[in-house]
Design a protein around this ligand. Sequence first.
Ligand SMILES: O=c1ccn([C@@H]2O[C@H](COP(=O)(O)OP(=O)(O)O[C@H]3O[C@H](CO)[C@@H](O)[C@H](O)[C@H]3O)[C@@H](O)[C@H]2O)c(=O)[nH]1
Length: 479
Amino acid sequence: MKIQLVFIPSPGIGHLRSTVELAKRLVRSDDCLSITVIIIPYPSISHDDVETTYIASLTTASQDRLNYEAISVANQPTDNQEPTQVYIEKQKPQVRDVVARIFQYSTEVDSPRLAGFVVDMFCSSMIDVANEFGVPCYMVYTSNATFLGITLHIQRMFDEKKYDVSELEDSVNELEFPCLTRPYPVKCLPDFFTSKDWLPFFLAQARCFRKMKGILVNTVAELEPHALKMFNSGDDLPQAYPVGPVLHLENSSDDDGKQLEVLRWLNEQPPKSVVFLCFGSMGGFNEEQTREIAVSLDRSGHRFLWSLRRAPQNILTERPGDYTNLEEVLPEGFLDRTLDRGKVIGWAPQVAVLEKPAIGGFVTHCGWNSMLESLWFGVPMVTWPLYAEQKINAFAMVEELGLAVQIRKFFRGDMLVGGMEIVTTVDIERAVRCVMENDSEVRNRVKEMAEKCHVASMDGGSSQVALQKFIQDVTENVV
Ligand SMILES: O=c1ccn([C@@H]2O[C@H](COP(=O)(O)OP(=O)(O)O[C@H]3O[C@H](CO)[C@@H](O)[C@H](O)[C@H]3O)[C@@H](O)[C@H]2O)c(=O)[nH]1
């Protein structure tokens, strides 16, 4: 029998691309399955080219069993910071219209039967629309099992009156989470878990997660075995399917001269000699922080490739852009001194860069896609969490898994909510030197984990088995 799923990704390249990759993987795995991906663009924000180009490429790429439907959204006022969850919830009527069209066909003889929704973590309120159509709702979790476990546990503690933001920093230093093997420092909690304004949205989201029929997590059973145990503990949680790493490995830089030059330059560098610095779709730095990084690269003596972007005036309406005059921002003589061993660029062809043998270490903002990409290519990381859940990702990678080195244990602030404290040259330089060490324990552990991730993705590997289990579950919804 032919079946159909509706995918609802969240806007933002970090969510959209991996969700679309998962949809592609599913239709490749089963000829009876078709998927419609409903794309909800960001409102009013001046889109960076990468995201706009990507969405445009999808809307023209619809084919037989994988369709993309971009809805048009009304502009929102930009002066107040509306949580993504709230913005998405407002799009229910439009999503309902698209699904009604699909549903209408799916009742005809021989057309695929609607078997369920698969919604991003920020789109969990769409479970109501799935219910209206009488089909189950699953979630695609573009982050990791540790963050998912912490979110669910904080919500449980809160509902049992054991989690109080106003008491947190004063009276508690560490929290115990079932998804971790060690206590978690309160200072490493992302800001949305300690902010009275933001917490309610994440609690509501978590309550909704519990109602999902299953959760497709972009992780690997061998990477987060302990965190995943929480979902098999009979604790009344949805089934978790570790189907990762789901990566967008296409290289879109083929026709970009500047990016090709960077890749050619990397081809000429000795193996594991270049440290790569890149900070995700929203990571940008002010001039002071930019100078601290430059001095640390200067002093470290290592070759480097630095994707540097300028922090926007207003992060709510703008993505980071390029510095127009690097000479003005960087320390005097920096570009000349490092001409033979370093490059400062804007948006990087990250995946193509990480794949190059010349890369020996990766200073990352700890977005989950970036971390998985780094592991996939066996590159050890330096963690510098900047926003969203990234402090959790850093803790998991450094403390729990030993796959990265840290610049520091604690960072105050969040780039998207009020900004981050300045990180000094000394801390950055020490971490860069440490990650670039040859034959270090971290490097060897990352190499082993890369192999495990590759095996998990092969036929019979744990992620493929989880994907098949998911397809089986979905199929049973309509028989
Ligand atoms: O110069 C750049 C910068 C980024 N990327 C790519 O863009 C993606 C960025 O994704 P990610 O590393 O996950 O960062 P964010 O864009 O910040 O992703 C959001 O979504 C992730 C998944 O839920 C979360 O882990 C992050 O905290 C959240 O901010 C990756 O595939 C990178 O390869 C580039 O190709 N070039």
